[in-house]
Design a protein. Structure first.
Lengths: 617, 1081
């Protein structure tokens, strides 16, 4: 690998890579994202490579281990090119058949294809799977086709061409103008217009400016940034170099949590390779522009995702926020002008440059442009990463892409924006997902977490759960956040335990007001959202807990019990057999009853009853 | 500057300031816990949250760190803000329901029972401790843990060296949570206060002592956190005038001088090396210097007499004399420190006064050396007041186990071993050569003696061995305050005579501000009530008096001072007069005799006429005399203040005429003191008249041979006489007497009668020095005058070469003949040294001679102690007697002299048969009353001239322009006489060198409308200062000659028509005061 000295060198390399690439070549793409990895990608890969060499196909078939394809529910995912045959949930035992049938004989194994739960049809190509077909994957798109540890893979799909364009044909002002025109807003949660941020930072007096990538994604259940960093690290790096050029910075940091080892590894490899190619470092491609990037590994504190805390952590101090009355673009890392964007934001930048700001701006709504990656989890069939244009209705995401609620349960609410986001009820499902709309209904975009809840979710308990998380993650510096969240949790815990009392809802509202308005940073400022939004949309549920001492969802153990509806029970005896406490009595084909003294409300009977004869009372 | 709206009002603010700062400067209070002037705002407590409206929306921001910007609208007390603040306080109260600080905060905000579960914490995590630690440059503590687990701790909760135990965290903690002992195992490093002898600590920034000049704090670099850790600098931030500069460096300044005066003082002896005294390891063994601080109102405990170990009031205190003095083992200080006996007595007396309960004071001593003016009387009084004097040198002090007390074991005079237990033991430590003197001496090339005191001679007592370099004070040997002050003047005088030619060449004239015309102003009186440390405040309830003063008519300002005379108080007074537009000032403090001029000058400095000042003496005439009755003293103090205020109301500005000074001095007395004084003034360029009663100059010195140091007196005296006689500026008047004196400072007229009164010469002079000397009594005991082998002390010198003295086999000296006796209680000071000196000389001439000195206390003070030691080494026998058993001198039938004395060790009579006896006869003055009257100067009880202030003005009279020196002031050896003469000359020169003197306008004024021209005033005026003049159309009317008027008031008192008043003491002023005095309400 020799250093590229000029634009010409780069183009020569790219031409070479394109030439090497045979579009008809057999290529097995195996998802090794964190989801698929957990399902066993490594075993599948070993089996596959074994089988390939057993069949003497080595050299004829390329196995590409890629980053996350997004459809994690169906992992490990295998896609066989050039046809793009999509095999979900591949197991090592499936490999011999796949090799002999699909690779050798070019036949689709129908039984192994994805079966659409709605239409019940088998779908052979990845792009036809409804989960994918309804998406617009400009950030995640390349995840499935490149090996993140190979810079050539990235260059082969036009990687770094945006950088070339910027370095050799655009002034920094033009780059900023393009980003402004694109309407790109921060994907980390704040939604601040990226172009304006860059422009402000560029204009601040000072010799040293910093660009930073926030990869401290800490929302429970959210892994968009992780997947991008793991699957396509060069896109982030390219975005940062472009940003640095625009701002006039020569030093960058990637602040990534150490719990993302693969992300740390892959971005490290990417930096190394980019440096070797001369795409990073001094005098990039002979342009005269210098930029170096360092990785800083975070210790996993949620608060370190907050910009000022992150910068303090970078400085080697304890990651605690400070008041942002002076913005970090003016005084950030070591009091120097600093631009911090998250992974997804940076990854959008090369796309904007390559495809044009106007093209980008044509996606999305009036004030929210482009696409957004969501991590769709919870009580939804197709969990995974979903990238859709801004403004896509919630219903489309949850039902059309997500496949709706499993087990015939009823949708109850969707929580967006991470732990301090709000819950959106069913009657708002048709709202478009963009920054404004989410804020209007008492939630937020956040970094793109989306948790779907069904009828079995207790909204009080849910609020309590998030507050528990936030209490642990509050840095503890300021009184409203530290003491306030603690007390919100205290009241919620009381309510869930059946000790709620008259006035608790009002106290929660009053305290939430103080916490949200007086806290030092956004963590405290948004922490009451789960409480406020659940009270807003599910006040009755609170009242049931407090006044009726009932948990309608059957979650708060002190506030419900199971009863067997004798009319519905056919005496199948399954509940009797499964009850770990031997609390259920009854003869086969006869009515069953639950001994409330013995019942521990583990819900096994409730879950196992096919006749809905067990009711929450 | 930016303009913003603050609570609806437009205000201007400095750019970059925070909302909180702007609010404070607009007198709007915003509550905060975590904000501190010294620290960067952190915005953690959020209590200072306010609403900011930017034209579009309202935001809640913390005012402590939110910068102001143009056009912003701030509301600091909206309903919502207050609601949120209350919630914060409620949260804190739930966390710390038992903490007083939080409880008070809750009460302030009207928060009662929190709606949350109560915890029991006492840390509110305001972070002040953490931030101040960082600011100190230390960072030994920080927040540790996250969220609800957060706490303040050292890293990993391990004690490290990082903590400097500076205590900043503890001092800033509002709730009392932070305890240094939980952060470090280091002790707080106390910086011992030098001024308070290390009994308490001081700060790294400190004013060395309350009356220090300049009264400006200094930073102790060796202790300042900034210089140690590169942190802090809080002082610079807080100083409102930006006066602190940490980069300042020491400067070397070079100045050209014509003379150098060394006054480097002494260091007090450190008794740590006496291990048997346990000074170093027992808190209740203190040095006398430490005890001075304990007694002092500005001392560590405000003058409350307590002992260090447990801060309890002691019941029994012992003083051990001669610690570090008169001791060659182990300290090598063979000399007597000269001052310790007196200060020990003073401390004992004051300690008894300070103690509420009866206090047992015992002084353990060897010889009681109270040789100074009126010292013996003080000693006698102390004995009367119950101070115990035990003649014994105590060899060890033993701590009493399981108690903080100390036991002394000692041997009584009759040989019994006694034990006595005390609460506190004071070591009367001696005076040692000043620190660093050896290096200084080497650099200046001056000689030191074997005790490392500056070497000086008896005849030039302030001259060092290097010409032009003078030494005064304890640097040249231990001495007390009056003698040091005197020597200081002497050194100044010696330097002045050397530099006479350069006089006035570097003078900066003092200019007072222009006097304010108050004639149209309403009367505005300021009253300043002084505590005088505890001199007044310890008895009179000063705050009550001050409160009372506020109720008096026309009083617009009242202030209480610790010391009204301290420099800072004086400077402040100038400011207050201006700020409050005062036009009368009353200071209720001490005596106008000592302090009126100071306060009057202060008035002048603030543009007021000095006669608008009035002083109420609530110390000498109140707290001192009513020490045992605080209630009555307080009432009386109020009376005195009320009287002064009433009088002040009528005070009027008086103009002060000035009169030219006659640069001529008159010296009365032609002895050594008079001649030295005369010569010094003449050398300074002033004309001097010297008057001697006898027909020759020289005085008693003519009778003496040698000084105690062995210098020849006749040689010195004859040269002195020659010099005086020959000096062109000197006019010698022999066989002359002062006949009449008139005039005033700068303008005296004296008639000198010489040749038995035949010739009368009137001389004009600006100053007079009384140096009339003293005499030795002629006793009518010990066979004096009856047996010619009984000499007075100076007669021995005369008989020195006679066969009787030369061939004598035995000699007896009897000390204290006529001194220290009820009819003449003073100590004659010189006799002990003289007798010992002569005994040594006798022994040196004839070692086989038996020489006895019968004494009461051997008073060879200072380095004279060497002589005493030498005498003993030579075999001189010292036998102590006491007043009850005086020696008996008889003549045997064979004509031999026989002396019987009770030996104090044996307790039995001892009989001696000397060939001659020398009597140390007392020194007294004769006929000074006449002179005193002429010059209007006072005489003390023991019939010596009484100076203006025994300690601080030892050669001045209270009558301006008249000075005293020599034995007429008090008995003293020749070196001290010379020093005093030089001092008097120096003091006189301060008058003579002025071109003008201001004349006190306290003179009589005649209301010619009332005057009937009876002439009674003219007839009764002793100064011819009032006369009748013819007024056209009305006949004769009286007229005052103010330059001559002494303000005695005889004319005013005698005027039948009450047409004469004394300015500043007008009848109506006095009546007003009297009426006010009787009008106790």
């Amino acid at each position: 690998m020799s250093k590229l000295q000029s634009q010409k060198d780069y183009e020569k390399l790219r031409g070479q890579l394109e030439k090497e690439r045979d579009p008809e070549r057999l290529l097995v793409s195996l998802c090794a994202g964190s989801g698929c990895g957990a399902y066993g990608t490594q075993e599948v890969r070993e089996a596959l490579e074994q089988e390939i060499s057993k069949n003497g196909l080595k050299g004829k078939v390329e196995v590409k281990v890629t980053g996350c394809h997004g459809f994690c529910e169906q992992g490990p995912i295998m896609v066989i090119h050039p046809e793009g045959i999509f095999y979900p949930k591949v197991k090592p035992k499936d490999i011999p058949e796949i090799v002999s049938e699909t690779i050798v004989n070019q036949k689709v194994i129908k039984d192994k294809l994805y079966k659409d739960p709605v239409s019940k049809k088998r779908i052979s190509k990845e792009e036809d799977v409804p989960f994918y077909s309804r998406q617009h994957r400009i950030v995640l798109g390349n995840n499935g086709i490149i090996d993140p540890s190979k810079i050539d893979d990235y260059i082969a799909v036009d990687g770094y061409s945006a950088l070339i364009k910027v370095l050799f044909s655009m002034s920094p002002e033009e780059v900023i103008a393009a980003v402004k025109t694109s309407g790109l807003r921060g994907r980390g949660g704040g939604g601040f217009p990226t172009g304006i941020k860059w422009e402000t930072c560029r204009k601040v007096h000072g010799d040293t400016r910093y660009v930073m990538c926030n990869a401290d994604e800490g929302d429970p259940g959210a892994y968009m940034d992780r997947s991008v960093l793991e699957g396509n690290p060069h896109s982030v790096l390219e975005g940062m170099i472009i940003g640095a050029y625009a701002i006039g910075s020569h030093h960058g940091f990637i602040y990534v949590r150490n719990e993302y080892p693969l992300a740390v590894k892959n971005i490290g490899i990417a930096i190394h390779q980019a440096e070797e190619y001369g795409l990073l470092g001094e005098n990039i491609l002979g342009s005269g522009f210098d930029f170096a990037v360092k990785i800083s590994r975070g210790g996993g504190a949620f608060i370190c995702g907050e910009s000022t805390a992150l910068m303090r952590s970078l400085e080697g101090k304890i990651g605690r926020p400070r008041a942002k009355y002076i913005h970090t673009v003016e005084k950030g890392y070591r009091d120097n002008p600093s631009t911090l964007n998250n992974v997804e934001t940076w990854a959008n930048v090369p796309v904007i440059i390559n495809k044009g700001a106007e093209w980008y701006a044509s996606l999305g709504t009036e004030k929210s442009k482009g696409t957004k990656v969501f991590s769709l989890v919870g009580k939804v069939r197709n969990t995974g990463l979903v990238e859709v244009p801004m403004g896509t209705p919630l219903r489309t995401i949850i039902y059309d892409i997500g496949g709706g609620i499993p087990k015939k349960r009823k949708f109850k609410a969707v929580q967006t924006g991470g732990p301090s986001g709000g819950c959106i009820p069913e009657d708002l499902l048709d709202m478009p997902v963009d920054y404004q709309s989410l804020a209007e209904v008492g939630s937020m975009m956040g970094s793109g977490g989306m948790i779907v809840m069904d009828q079995d979710t207790c909204m009080v308990d849910l609020a309590r759960f998030f507050l528990e998380f936030l209490q642990e993650e509050s840095c503890g510096q300021c009184i409203p956040c530290r003491e306030g969240i603690k007390r919100l949790l205290e009241v919620l815990t009381d309510i869930c335990a059946g000790n709620g009392k008259d006035g608790d809802i009002e106290l929660l509202e009053e305290l939430s007001g103080t916490v949200s308005k007086l806290s030092l940073c956004a963590l405290g400022g948004t922490a009451p959202n789960p409480v406020m939004s659940t009270i807003r949309y599910f006040r009755k549920e609170y009242e049931a807990h407090i006044y009726d001492k009932k948990c309608p969802a059957g979650v708060c153990k002190e506030l419900f019990h199971y009863e067997i509806d004798e009319e519905k029970c056919n005496g199948c005896h399954i509940c009797f057999l499964r009850c770990p406490q031997e609390a259920i009595s009854g003869e086969k084909k006869g009515p069953h009853t639950i001994d409330q003294e013995k019942c521990i409300k583990c819900s096994i009977c409730y879950e196992s009853c096919k006749l809905d004869a067990i009711a929450i009372k | 500057m930016v303009t913003l709206t603050l609570n609806g009002k437009q205000v201007q603010a400095e750019e970059g300031s925070t909302i909180l700062q702007v609010a404070e400067s607009n007198n709007i209070r915003i509550p905060t816990i975590c904000n501190h002037k010294a620290l960067e705002p952190a915005g953690l407590c959020r209590l200072c949250t306010v609403e900011v409206f930017d034209g579009r929306r309202t935001r809640f921001v913390t005012s402590c760190n939110y910068p102001v910007w143009e056009g912003m609208e701030v509301t600091t007390d909206s309903e919502e803000v207050i609601r949120h603040r209350k919630m914060i306080v409620e949260l804190l109260l739930a966390r710390c329901p038992n903490n007083d600080f939080v409880k008070n905060l809750a009460a302030e905000f009207g928060v009662e029972a929190p709606r949350f579960k109560l915890e029991d914490d006492d840390c509110i995590l305001c972070g002040l401790c953490v931030r101040v630690c960082e600011r100190m440059g230390i960072r030994a503590i920080d927040f540790s843990g996250r969220g609800t687990e957060m706490e303040v701790a050292a890293p990993f909760k391990v004690f490290t060296d990082a903590c400097a135990a500076c205590g900043a965290c503890e001092s800033l903690c509002p709730t009392g949570h932070i305890k240094l002992s939980e952060i470090t195992d280091k002790e707080v490093h106390r910086i011992p206060s030098e001024f308070n002898e290390g009994l308490i600590g001081r700060k790294p920034i400190y004013i060395p002592y309350p009356q220090a000049i300049p009264n400006i704090p200094a930073i102790d670099r060796s202790m300042c956190a900034h210089f140690i850790n590169d942190g802090c600098k809080i002082c610079a931030d807080l100083c409102p005038t930006g006066a602190i500069n940490h980069d300042q460096q020491d400067e070397e300044v070079e100045i050209d001088v014509g003379a150098i005066v060394l006054a480097t003082g002494f260091k007090s002896f450190d008794p740590s090396r006496y291990d048997t005294y346990h000074y170093a390891d027992h808190p209740n063994v203190v040095t006398s210097m430490e005890f001075e601080r304990i007694l002092s109102a500005s001392g560590p405990w405000g003058g409350h007499l307590i002992r260090p170990s447990d801060e309890r009031e002691p019941k029994k205190i012992a003083w051990l004399q001669c610690v570090g003095s008169r001791d060659i083992n182990p300290c090598d200080n063979g000399y007597c420190s000269g001052v310790c006996c007196m200060y020990a007595i003073k401390e004992a007396v004051i300690a008894k006064e300070h103690s509420k309960d009866p206090l047992d004071c015992a002084i353990f001593f060897m010889d009681m050396r109270t040789y100074g003016k009126e010292f013996e009387q003080y000693y006698n009084r102390a004995k009367e007041e119950g101070v115990r004097f035990v003649r014994c040198r105590v060899h060890s002090i033993d701590p009493v186990p399981e108690s903080d007390n100390l036991q002394l074991r000692y041997v009584t005079e009759d040989g019994r071993v006694e034990k006595d237990e005390f609460d506190l033991v004071v070591l009367s430590v001696g005076l040692e050569h000043s620190a660093g003197i050896e290096e200084l001496a080497e650099r200046l090339g001056i000689e030191l003696d074997h005790y490392k005191f500056a070497r000086t001679g008896s005849f030039a007592p302030v001259n060092t061995s290097s010409p032009g370099i003078y030494a005064c004070g304890a640097l040249q040997g231990p001495k007390d305050v009056p003698y040091s002050v005197m020597e200081a003047s002497a050194a100044a005088g010696a330097a002045a005579s050397r530099l006479a030619g350069a006089r006035h060449s570097l003078v900066q004239e003092k200019v007072f501000p222009e006097e304010r015309d108050i004639s149209e102003e309403p009367t505005r009186i300021g009253v300043f009530v002084c505590n005088c440390g505890i001199n007044i405040g310890g008895v009179v309830r000063v705050p009550e008096v001050a409160e009372y003063a506020k109720t008096l008519p026309n009083v617009v300002y009242v202030q209480e001072n610790l010391f009204s005379c301290s420099q800072d108080a004086i400077e402040q007074l100038v400011g207050v007069i201006k700020e409050q537009d005062l036009n009368r000032v009353v200071v209720a403090s001490c005596s106008p005799r000592t302090h009126e001029p100071l306060f009057q000058e202060t008035l002048r400095n603030s543009g007021l006429n000095k006669y608008l000042f009035e002083q109420a003496n609530i110390r000498d005439q109140c707290s001192w005399v009513h020490a045992n009755d605080p209630d009555a003293a307080t009432v009386k103090a109020k009376d005195l203040v009320r009287m002064a205020v009433s009088r002040a109301l009528l005070n009027e500005p008086l103009s002060m005429p000035s009169a030219p000074v006659t640069p001529v001095a008159l010296v009365v007395g032609g002895g050594v003191a008079g001649m030295v004084c005369c010569l010094n003034l003449a050398e300074q360029g002033f004309k001097v008249h010297i008057i001697e009663e006898k027909e020759h100059l020289g005085g008693h010195a003519l009778k003496l041979n040698k000084t105690w140091k062995g210098e020849s007196i006749p040689e010195f005296v004859s040269k002195l006489i020659d010099d005086v006689t020959a000096h062109e500026n000197v006019e010698v008047h022999l066989s002359a007497k002062v006949k009449e004196v008139s005039g005033f400072v700068g303008n005296f007229k004296t008639s000198i009668a010489s040749n038995g009164g035949g010739d009368v010469l009137e001389v004009e002079h600006g100053a007079a020095i009384l140096a009339t000397g003293a005499h030795s009594i002629k006793p009518d005991e010990y066979l004096y005058g009856k047996n010619d082998r009984v000499f007075r002390w100076h007669e021995l010198d005369k008989a020195w070469e006679t066969d009787l003295v030369k061939n004598a086999g035995s000699a007896v000296f009897i000390q204290c003949v006529g001194s220290r006796e009820p009819e003449r209680p003073h100590c004659s000071k010189i006799c002990c040294t003289f007798s010992v000196q002569k005994a040594v000389e006798l022994k040196e001439r004839n070692p086989d001679m038996d020489v006895y000195i019968l004494y009461r206390d051997m008073r060879t003070y200072g380095e004279r102690e060497d002589l005493y030691k030498k005498a003993r080494a030579l075999g001189v026998i010292f036998i102590r007697y006491d007043l009850e058993n005086k020696p008996v001198v008889k003549e045997t039938k064979g004509g031999a002299l026989e002396v019987t004395v009770i030996d104090h060790v044996l307790g039995r009579p001892v009989t001696l048969r000397p060939d001659f006896i020398t009597l140390a006869t007392a020194i007294y003055t004769r006929g000074i009353e006449e002179l005193a009257q002429l010059f209007k100067v006072p005489i003390s009880q023991d019939n010596f001239f009484l100076e203006a202030h025994m300690k601080l003005r030892p050669v001045d009279f209270s009558t301006d322009g008249v000075f005293v020196c020599g034995l007429a002031h008090y008995p003293k050896p020749i070196d001290e006489s010379i020093a005093q003469a030089q001092a008097a000359a120096a003091r006189a020169a301060t008058v003579l060198s002025q071109k003008y003197v201001e004349v006190e306008p306290i003179v009589s004024v005649v209301d010619q409308e009332k005057c009937i021209g009876c002439g009674l005033c003219e007839a009764s005026c002793p100064f011819a200062a009032i006369r009748l003049v013819k007024v056209e159309g009305t006949g004769y009317r009286a007229e005052n000659i103010s330059a001559v008027c002494k303000g005695c008031g005889i004319c005013a008192a005698g005027c039948p028509e009450q047409a004469i008043d004394m300015q500043h003491f007008r009848d109506q002023q006095i009546f007003a005061a009297i009426q006010a005095g009787g009008a106790r309400g």
